[in-house]
Structure formats: C-alpha cells, structure tokens
Design a binder for this molecule. Structure first.
Ligand SMILES: *Cc1c(COP(=O)(O)O)cnc(C)c1O
Length: 364
C-alpha cells in the first residue's frame, strides 16, 4: 500500500497543557491520522488532519453493535532528543488479530506504523519529557455503515489520536488494592477477551465501579466458566512471585496478550528467573499467601508499565502483599523496561524503533 498521506493544516494550534498536570488521556494534540475503508476501494484516503469532532450517522454500526478495535502504545523522548516507540510492530499485529475476531478488514501493518511515525514526528513538540511522561498513541477502527440490521459493517474509519500523558504514579509507585471479582465476568474462551475491543471494557465497568465503591482500585477477573482461575486485572496482565518462582496466567483465549506481559516474561527468562505460564487457581494463591509464600504481585500494561499490588480481597479473605512498597523484582522490571523505552539502557532485544525526525522550517 504505497499511498501518500495528505495533510490539512489547522487554522490555529492549541496551547499545550501544564506538564505537571497531564494525568492520563485528558489532552489531545493538534492533529490526528484518518483513513477510510470501503468494500470496493479497500483502505484509502490516508490523511493527517486537525484533531476534532467527527460526523457519523446516529445509525452507524459502532453505536449499536460495538464493532470496534483499538490499540495503545507510547512514544518516548530520550535524553539526547531522539523519539522511540516500543515494539510497535506487536501492536500492529495484535490490531489485526483483533480485527479478524471483530470481522473488520485487516489494516496494512507497516503502512499504519509509518503513518503513526509521521503523525508523531509532526506532533513531536507535544511529547512531554519529564520522568515517566510520554505521548500515548491510540489507534482505533470503527464500523460506520448507517444500518440497524445486525451484520458486519461494509465501511470503516481508522483513526490515530495522540495524548501527552504523565507518570501513572506521580512521584512514587504506590501498590494498588485489588478486589477479586467472583460474580461478574469479563470474557470467556471463544468470546472476544483476547481482542482489544470496546465490548470487553463495557463488560467491566459495573464491576470496576463497584470495586471502587468498596474502596479498591482495580478488579481481578476470574475465568468466566468456573470462576476459579485468575485471568487479568482491569487493563493489565497479572504476575505472582510465589516461593521464588514467577507465575502468570497462560494465554487461553480470554486473556489479552499484552506487549508488556511478553516483555516481562522475556526479561525474567533472560535473568534466569523461573517463569511459569499456567493456570492459577485463586484458592491455591490464597493458600500460598497464608503460608507466607506469596512474595510479590504486580500488573503489566503500557499505561502503568508495572503496577505493584499490595492488597487482595477474595470472598471474605484478605491478603496483604509485601510491606506496602513495590517489591524488588517488580522494581527491577520497571526500571529495565522504562530504561529501554526511554533509551537510558541498552536495547539488547531490539525492541525500540526510532521515529525519524524531519527538519521542518521554523515558522515562528
Ligand atoms: C491493553 C490491555 C492489556 C495490556 O496490554 P499491553 O500491550 O501490555 O499494553 C491488558 N489487558 C487488557 C484487557 C488490555 O486491554
């Protein structure tokens, strides 16, 4: 797909937000990338245009039947002024796996990645540079046919929007409190749990707000059939350090295959840590904890990178993990991953890709 990307200039550029107050996903840059799909034309009309509201028919498929996929990755600014993406080819590949499951026509992975790099380069002044900050990249595809009959859309739109984001934790990493959800379920094998799609989040919202009402930060999902086996946390995969070994749930079709999960597994193996991808029963886990063998628990995901868990509640049982601080293994993973992502550490695995920066004439 050797298409050229059109460009439409914004009338006015926005004022950038206060870098100390970014939060997550609250501000959007001046431009976005858009491309359309039509049955005869395929993916066409790629363009970078001013970020802003879009017009869709109220009958569009996306609003009624949720035919959608999305991705999440980040661009990092290095100390010497380069811009790095972390394993972005994996996001593109996963986007197509999600597309297949949601009956959405596949995208050209290398073309969309090139488009993302062009957009990031154009918006490079928006990449915040304080520790822990980055430019969050959100590609997504929606079905747009204006028809209420239940069937896959014929026409689609792909967007990429960008948001400068702060450190997920502020100044210090605080362990989160987790509620093990034994009533609602997020996904089942054969369903859409492995796809990054809106419906999985729609299914999670009620449980998440109930957990918050009860004083917890996140929900830990159990499998949808037996409600015995651990799956994942909110928007993160989950790891347990048990008696010197690390366990994480095996990918079974209802768990999202996280890029951070894969990277953590690769690093742990590289360090000679015993890492087991397996079925993990919540009962066994609580037993291990009661014997004092549950040493660390942490989530992995692009937004938080590594998020330590300090407290787990399941039915009427409660376990406290560690001493209220991040554990040594989680800390090492956090430092190594963020080090590679921001170019502070040598990228031994070839995980980063540099965004080529065009020298534009200074217009101010
Ligand atoms: C995106 C996501 C993750 C984390 O994946 P990363 O590629 O590591 O960001 C985990 N679980 C769910 C449900 C997700 O949507």
């Amino acid at each position: 797909m050797a298409q050229t990307i059109a460009f439409r200039q914004a009338d006015q550029l926005k004022q950038k937000p206060d870098p100390g107050q970014l939060g997550f996903g609250r501000y959007f840059t001046d431009y976005m990338f858009v491309m359309d799909y039509a049955p005869e034309a395929g993916w066409h009309d790629p363009r970078i245009v001013p970020y802003g509201p879009i017009a869709l028919e109220p009958s569009a498929i996306i609003f009624h039947y949720g035919q959608e996929v999305f991705e999440g990755l980040k661009a990092y600014r290095t100390e010497d002024g380069r811009i790095l993406l972390f394993r972005p080819e994996k996001n593109m590949k996963r986007m197509n796996q999600s597309c297949k499951r949601m009956n959405i026509p596949e995208i050209g992975e290398s073309f969309v990645l090139e488009a993302i790099k062009k957009l990031v380069d154009r918006e490079k002044d928006w990449i915040p540079a304080l520790p822990g900050q980055s430019l969050y990249i959100r590609p997504f595809v929606i079905g747009t046919d204006p028809l209420l009959g239940v069937h896959p859309s014929g026409n689609y739109k792909l967007f990429v929007i960008l948001s400068p984001v702060g450190s997920y934790f502020g100044d210090s990493i605080k362990p989160v409190k987790i509620y093990v959800e034994d009533d609602y379920v997020r996904a089942v094998r054969g369903g859409i749990g492995f796809a990054k799609t809106a419906g999985n989040y729609a299914a999670s919202l009620r449980a998440q707000s109930r957990a918050e009402e009860l004083g917890f930060d996140q929900v830990l999902w159990l499998d949808g059939v037996d409600r015995k086996y651990v799956e994942e946390v909110g928007s993160m995969n989950i790891f347990f350090k048990v008696h010197g070994e690390v366990w994480t749930p095996a990918l079974n079709g209802s768990i999202l295959p996280g890029v951070t999960r894969d990277s953590a597994i690769r690093l742990l193996k590289h360090w000679g840590v015993i890492i087991k991808e397996r079925k993990i029963s919540v009962k066994k886990l609580f037993k291990k904890a009661e014997k004092g063998e549950l040493e660390e628990v942490f989530g992995t995901g692009t937004a938080a990178v590594i998020s330590p868990v300090g407290f787990l509640k399941w039915e009427d049982r409660v376990i406290k993990v560690g001493n209220g601080k991040i554990g040594p293994l989680a800390q090492k993973l956090y430092d190594t991953l963020t080090g590679i992502q921001t170019g502070r550490l040598k990228d031994e695995f070839g995980w980063t890709q540099e965004v080529e920066q065009e020298k534009e004439p200074v217009t101010e």
